[in-house]
Ligand binder design. Structure first.
Ligand code: AMP
Length: 395
């Protein structure tokens, strides 16, 4: 895998695709600068070598040039975070961008205006990509969050660099971590899949059945599996058109020797509401008028045992409605078991959407081996797809 370490950036201009799509409040203050901080090692390597940096990113979903989506709003914070006065080109193409890039000296950083001010970015337009490419000597992709999109700056641009392109440290780490879980893993390997529906996870489940020893299924998708096996799920979320699919998954898992673990008891509520009345019930005997919203104690004990015996753990999706305090316990406990296993030497990867929010919310992030930064991109990798942004560097 070609990374920044394969290049000496002395007197070179690195054209770096970063993901600075940060959340802003109404006064344009950055409420979470994690993404800018995360790009720091890549940027510092180029500067340390004696090169200069041209940063390109998108912000939000502008329709044409909209001031509220201008990257000028993040300039001060970016300069502060990187410890360098970052220059700004208020156009990502044409003479403005060209002149700003030409004037750039070693040690300097230039941020280009929001790429999505041009519809050519998302359209993957070749001319736009070529124009971007003309600004730098070496292309670096460090934006995992958009690696699953064949946009001009994430994919198409790479074809104008022949050998002079590589992964940034952040993107390289994402690829390495997933590889550690799916292709180069220490056994036993356990995948924990939660979230609301089977339908959105089916391709992930099918892809990883070949790679894991244990599969823990929890959260809202539990009830589709339980109903498929003849259980009573009351008012729990359930995809009745996916019952056959659920049985097929269980059968496939059996054929492949994967041990599937499904909740045996749940915390049921008489309403989808934090203040609803609750009781613990067997997962296959949920009365009408009640719905399962979190894992029960016996379930958690079962899951704990599997997790503590695992050497590699992948976690995608919460196992309860963790957004409501009274149904967050299962997800928190599960996170704690993974933290304990990690402390004992297991490799743990959390990725793909809501479980990432959960680990952040419950302060578990530092206790995991790796927490992915790209929701959609990670899910597509788990589905076994080759992401265009990654393929473009490898080609
Ligand atoms: P997903 O985007 O598919 O990963 O689903 C995440 C969502 O699943 C979270 O918002 C959870 O609140 C929700 N979820 C987890 N468990 C349940 C459940 N038992 N019933 C309904 N929703 C759930």
């Amino acid at each position: 895998m070609k990374t920044l370490d394969n290049f000496d950036f002395k007197d070179k201009k690195a054209l770096i695709r970063v993901d600075f799509n940060v959340p802003l409040d109404d006064d344009f203050n950055i409420t979470d600068a994690t993404r800018i901080e995360a790009a720091k090692p890549t940027i510092e390597k180029v500067l340390f070598d004696g090169g200069s940096v041209i940063l390109m990113s998108h912000l939000g979903r502008p329709k044409g040039k909209e001031d509220k989506y201008s990257l000028k709003h993040i300039l001060t914070k970016t300069s502060e975070t990187l410890g360098v006065d970052v220059k700004f080109a208020d156009d990502s193409r044409g003479d403005v961008a060209k002149k700003a890039a030409e004037d750039l000296k070693p040690g300097e950083i230039l941020l280009l205006e929001n790429l999505r001010f041009y519809k050519e970015e998302e359209a993957g337009d070749e001319d736009f990509a070529k124009e971007l490419a003309s600004l730098g000597d070496i292309y670096v992709n460090d934006a995992f969050g958009t690696a699953h999109r064949a946009h001009a700056s994430t994919t198409i641009v790479a074809k104008f660099f022949a050998e002079k392109k590589c992964f940034g440290y952040l993107l390289a780490k994402e690829i390495e971590s997933l590889n550690k879980v799916l292709n180069d893993s220490k056994k036993p390997v356990t995948a924990i899949l939660g979230g609301s529906k089977v339908s959105t996870k089916i391709t992930v489940i099918e892809n990883i059945l070949d790679k894991v020893d244990h599969m823990i299924l929890g959260g809202g998708m539990t009830y589709t599996f339980i109903k498929a096996q003849g259980g009573e799920v009351g008012d729990s979320i359930c995809e009745t058109d996916k019952l056959d699919l659920a049985l097929e998954i269980l059968e496939k898992a059996k054929q492949k020797g994967v041990q599937v673990h499904i909740p045996v008891d749940v915390l049921a509520a008489d309403d989808f509401n934090n203040d609803a009345k609750t009781k613990i019930v067997d997962v296959d005997k949920i009365p009408q008028g009640w719905q399962g919203l979190d894992a029960g104690r016996k379930t958690l004990e079962n899951f704990k045992k599997v997790i503590l015996e695992s050497k590699t753990i992948l976690w995608n999706g919460p196992i309860g409605v963790f957004e409501m305090e009274n149904f967050a316990n299962g997800t928190i406990e599960l996170g704690n078991y993974i933290a304990e296993a990690t402390e004992n030497g297991a490799f743990s990867l959390v990725g793909g959407g809501d479980s990432v929010s959960a680990v952040k919310q419950f302060g578990l992030e530092p206790k995991m081996s790796y927490v992915s930064t790209g929701g959609g991109a990670m899910l597509e990798m788990l589905e076994g797809r080759t992401l265009p942004g990654i393929a473009a560097i490898l080609e």
